[in-house]
Design a protein around this ligand. Structure first.
Ligand SMILES: Nc1ncnc2c1ncn2[C@@H]1O[C@H](COP(=O)(O)OP(=O)(O)OP(=O)(O)O)[C@@H](O)[C@H]1O
Length: 296
C-alpha cells in the first residue's frame, strides 16, 4: 500500500511489520518460544566438487543481533548469499518469514525481498549516484512513490543513520569510510525491513568509527525492533553488540550462543579465537561491554 500523501511523513508511515512493531508474519516459534524469522535446515552448497556447506542448520530469532563468525574461507559469505537466493544450494531448505524463497512465486519473492535489507562488504554504493539517489534505488524498484515523497523518506533515513542533512547530495567519492557504511545502511533500511544482513560492517573503520557503528546498530534494534544478521571478524562487535554468536567451521554451525558460551567452549577454533592472543588484546571497550552485559 502506498503511504499517505500528507506533506509530512514519519518513520512507520509505510506499512511494514518492523515499523508496526507487530508479530513478524510467517515466522515460527521454536521450542523455547523464540520467534524464528530465518530457519536454515540441512543446507548443502558445493562449487563443482568442493562442498563449502554440508547439512548446515541455523535459526535467526526476531529482534536479535546475531554475529556470524568463522575462519577465512569457511563459507560465511556463501551462506549469506545462499540465504539471499544469490547462490544455488544442492540440498536443504531455507525459510524466511515462513516462505521458502527458492520455491516461492514472483509475488511471494517480492514480498520477502521488501522485508530484508542488505549491506554488502565495502558499502557497494553506486558511485554515479548521490547518497539520496542511492537510498532511493530500492524505493524505485519496489514502491510506487512520488519524487517528493521519496526525497522526504530518503532524508528520514539519512537522519536515522546519523548522517548530516548535507550528506544527501554528496557522492560516494566525497564520503569517509564511516559515512559510506552509514549511507549503505540507510539504503538497506529504505523499505523499513524486518531484518538487515551486514557483511563485515566495521571492517576498514577505525576503533571509534566501529564502536559508533555498533552503537547505531544496537539503537536500531532497540527502537525499530530490527533483526540483524552480521558477518564479522570484529571481536569488539561480538562483545559489544551481538546477542548471540554462531560459529561456522567444518562446513556447519559448530556452536551458537552468547559470548559466555563461546568463552566456555572447548572447541579448538572457538577457544583460539576467543582466548587467543588477539582476544587477550581486545580493547577496553569490549571488556567493559562484556562486564556490563554480565551485570544485567
Ligand atoms: N562462486 C564461487 N565459485 C567457486 N567457489 C566459490 C564461490 N564462492 C565462494 N567460493 C568458495 O567458497 C569458500 C568460502 O568462501 P566465502 O567467501 O564464503 O568465505 P568466508 O568465510 O566469507 O571468508 P572471509 O572471512 O575470508 O570473507 C571459498 O573457498 C571460496 O573460494
Amino acid at each position: 500500500m502506498p503511504p499517505s500523501t500528507s506533506d509530512t511523513i514519519l518513520p512507520g508511515d509505510i506499512d511494514g511489520p518492523a515499523a508496526a512493531g507487530g508479530p513478524a508474519a510467517g515466522a515460527a516459534l521454536d521450542d523455547a518460544g523464540h520467534d524464528i524469522i530465518i530457519k536454515v535446515r540441512d543446507v548443502t552448497v558445493s562449487f563443482g566438487t568442493k562442498t563449502v556447506l554440508d547439512k548446515l542448520d541455523l535459526d535467526v530469532r526476531r529482534g536479535e543481533i546475531l554475529g556470524f563468525v568463522g575462519g577465512s574461507g569457511m563459507g560465511k559469505s556463501v551462506l549469506l548469499r545462499t540465504v539471499l537466493g544469490l547462490n544455488q544450494k544442492q540440498g536443504g531448505t531455507i525459510e524466511i518469514f515462513g516462505t521458502d524463497y527458492e520455491k516461492a512465486n514472483d509475488e511471494e519473492r517480492l514480498a520477502v525481498e521488501q522485508r530484508w535489507g542488505v549491506l554488502f562488504q565495502h558499502g557497494a554504493l553506486f558511485s554515479s549516484l548521490s547518497v539520496l539517489e542511492n537510498i532511493q534505488v530500492p524505493m524505485r524498484e519496489y514502491l510506487d512513490l512520488s519524487p517528493g515523497l521519496m526525497n522526504e523518506l530518503a532524508r528520514l533515513k539519512i537522519d536515522l543513520v546519523g548522517l548530516a542533512p548535507d550528506a544527501a547530495d554528496k557522492f560516494p567519492s566525497e564520503l569517509s569510510g564511516g559515512m559510506i557504511k552509514r549511507a549503505a545502511l540507510a539504503r538497506a533500511l529504505a523499505l523499513d525491513p524486518d531484518i538487515v544482513f551486514l557483511d563485515e560492517p566495521t571492517s576498514g573503520l577505525d576503533p571509534i568509527g566501529a564502536a559508533e557503528f555498533d552503537e547505531l546498530i544496537m539503537t536500531l534494534r532497540d527502537t525499530l525492533g530490527l533483526t540483524v544478521y552480521m558477518v564479522t571478524h570484529d571481536l569488539d562487535s561480538l562483545y559489544q553488540a551481538c546477542d548471540r554468536i554462531a560459529v561456522l567451521g567444518n562446513k556447519k554451525v559448530l556452536i551458537e550462543g552468547t559470548v559466555e558460551t563461546m568463552l566456555a567452549s572447548d572447541e579448538p577454533w572457538v577457544k583460539s579465537y576467543f582466548h587467543g592472543k588477539r582476544a587477550r588484546t581486545i580493547t577496553p571497550r569490549a571488556a567493559s561491554a562484556a562486564a556490563s552485559k554480565e551485570a544485567k
